[in-house]
Unconditional design. Structure first.
Length: 555
């Protein structure tokens, strides 16, 4: 008699229990599966880049790229100040994963490539690429951002720009110390902050003395923060005879000798650990003047405007990445008899996060569109970009830490454990509101722009007026904003800029997002009927509509 075999039992991994109710790996996934991002890409004039952004999104969510991101943060950069014979080398060694991330980012045009493209929308395409590639690692976004941002500042010295711009805008990543003009591609850093003052760069003590050669100076002093010290060239502020000035400082001089760039140590940072941030010292260091002597802040502000946009972009990408992780977890985890995604209160939390994420993404790409059109000579967009980038930098980066903490909590205890990746994203978030103008400095910059720079208030209110009449709560908020603006005080700057940011985000969603999303945003951010934590959306909000739009694969 033939006996029927017993049904195969799943092989137990543990003698004591089976592993159940843990989500499957999210990776591989498509980081470009983001409806709000794709719609904004088209709206802001870079629909032609969709295929590339989708390809990069798949790459970002691949097991390989996610592994690079993890490894680059586990194996942190190491400073070698001296060689075995006692000679100074001032080199930073990186794990191969860092170089893979950098090579991909540069090749995909996430550094300075858009400046070499005539095509309208090039800067939008780069920002969208950054939004999806940012699902990997934030640290390497620092040198790519500074390289992007250095170009418009360098243009203040056309003869230097002629030599270095083609190399900065190259899509070739060529690490290592060599004569810059002999490399296929260059990276740029920035040295402003000193021990006695970061926001207040007028207190810089590094000096710059002209040499006999026109435009060539010798720098002496230090910087307290200079990230990505392995870059090829740096824009550095120093006090010249006519006042604070901007200089281009190469690490290797044209004759192949080392410029003095002593890296004293690397910072032991809360996050951003794949990236190196250093304290360099200059002593007889050669620097080439960029822009007029004494106008260093005006020159380097061109760079800061671009890195500020990237701070908004990096915060938005952290939001989206952690939302995707949270959505994945709660779809596969059950508690108290049902999947977490089906629990009404969890749906409220996720929908609230989804709203915040969409508002951040939409604003990021609107700012990128303004930058793109400003570069091509649109004065109205230049004025809008000036005010709205500072507003967005203040608010979106300020929301990052609270957002990533809440998304992390959706994973329960798993979210607090390093291997989930969530602690890394959480630690990254506060940095974006510190560098390139900390919260207060940004808020005060908005006040300064409004009072001193013609056309900025008109540009902002012109943008808000495009949504007039579509939502009563938004209309009321704009009226409130106008009256607060009239009595704008320094101590009330954060309050004012927050209201500006919320009305701007609401107006964009009212104009471009599905009505349920716009309604939920206005109800919870402008309507006066909301709590302070995420997950406090009012009952009338259509949670299903918000979640179905935000989460890949539905909810
Ligand atoms: C990881 C990391 C990397 C960095 N990389 C670089 C780099 O590559 N190059 C570079 O040049 N710098 C870099 N920085 C420095 C960074 O830009 C500064 O730390 C930042 O601008 C703040 O300056 P500060 O640290 O001197 O703080 P401060 O200027 O002393 O500010 C301290 C606090 O006071 C607030 N504040 C300042 N002025 C006012 C005011 N008028 N009213 C009210 N409040 C005010 C600020 O908002 C802040 O909260 C880096 C910083 C970090 C953390």
């Amino acid at each position: 008699m033939v006996s029927t075999p017993a049904p195969a039992q799943p092989r137990r991994q543990y003698a004591t229990h089976d592993v159940t109710n843990q989500p499957p790996a999210l990776t591989p996934y498509d980081a470009s599966e983001d409806t709000a991002l794709m719609e904004a890409l088209h709206r802001e004039g870079a629909g032609w880049a969709e295929e590339g952004v989708r390809r990069l999104g798949l790459r970002a969510g691949s097991a390989e790229a996610q592994e690079w991101a993890e490894q680059a943060n586990v194996h942190e950069p190491v400073l070698r100040t001296h060689d075995r014979y006692g000679n100074r080398v001032d080199e930073v060694d990186f794990h191969p994963s860092w170089h893979h991330l950098m090579r991909t980012a540069v090749a995909e045009g996430l550094a300075a490539a858009p400046w070499a493209e005539d095509r309208a929308g090039a800067h939008v395409a780069r920002t969208a690429g950054g939004l999806v590639w940012g699902h990997t690692d934030a640290g390497h976004g620092c040198p790519t951002s500074m390289t992007y941002a250095a170009v418009p500042a360098l243009r203040a010295q056309p003869e230097l720009a002629k030599i270095y711009e083609p190399l900065l805008t190259s899509r070739e990543y060529e690490p290592g110390l060599r004569v810059p003009t002999e490399k296929r591609g260059l990276l740029a850093g920035m040295g402003m902050t000193e021990k006695q003052g970061g926001s207040d760069v007028r207190t810089n003590t590094t000096t710059a003395w002209p040499t006999a050669e026109p435009g060539v100076y010798q720098l002496r002093g230090h910087k307290w923060f200079t990230s990505a010290p392995m870059c090829d060239v740096f824009l550095v502020l120093a006090q010249a005879p006519e006042g604070l000035s901007c200089f281009l400082v190469p690490r290797i001089l044209p004759d192949g000798s080392r410029n003095t760039f002593r890296i004293q140590r690397l910072k032991d940072k809360l996050g951003n650990r794949s990236n190196a941030s250093s304290e360099p010292e200059f002593d007889g260091t050669v620097g080439w003047l960029v822009g007029p002597e004494g106008r260093g802040v005006k020159t380097i502000i061109e760079m800061v405007n671009c890195t500020r946009l990237d701070c908004v972009m990096m915060s938005a990408t952290l939001m989206r990445k952690t939302l995707v992780e949270a959505g994945h977890h709660v779809r596969h985890r059950s508690a108290f008899g049902a999947r977490l995604i089906d629990k009404p209160l969890m749906r409220n939390v996720l929908a609230d996060l989804a709203l915040e994420s969409e508002a951040a993404t939409t604003l990021t790409l609107r700012l990128a569109g303004a930058a793109d059109r400003a570069v091509r000579g649109d004065a109205g967009e230049a004025a809008f970009r000036r005010i709205a980038t500072a507003v967005g930098k203040y608010w979106v980066t300020k929301r990052g830490p609270a957002f990533t903490a809440e998304a992390l909590e959706c994973l329960g205890g798993n979210g607090y454990v390093e291997e989930s990746g969530m602690p890394r994203h959480y630690r990254e978030a506060p940095l974006l509101s510190i560098w390139e103008g900390s919260g207060n400095v940004n808020a005060l910059d908005v006040l300064r722009a409004l009072t001193r720079e013609a056309g900025t208030a008109e540009a902002l209110f012109g943008e808000l007026s495009l949504a007039r009449g579509a939502d009563a709560r938004l209309d009321a908020a704009v009226v409130r904003l106008e009256s607060q603006l009239a009595s704008g005080s320094e101590s009330g700057a954060r309050r004012l800029v927050e209201l500006m940011a919320l009305t701007l985000q609401a107006s964009l969603l009212v104009r471009h997002a599905p009505p349920a999303v716009a309604d939920a945003f206005c109800a919870s951010r402008l309507g006066g009927d909301w709590g302070h934590a995420f997950g406090t959306l009012p009952d009338a909000v259509d949670l299903d509509a918000v979640l179905n739009r935000a989460l890949p694969g539905g909810s």
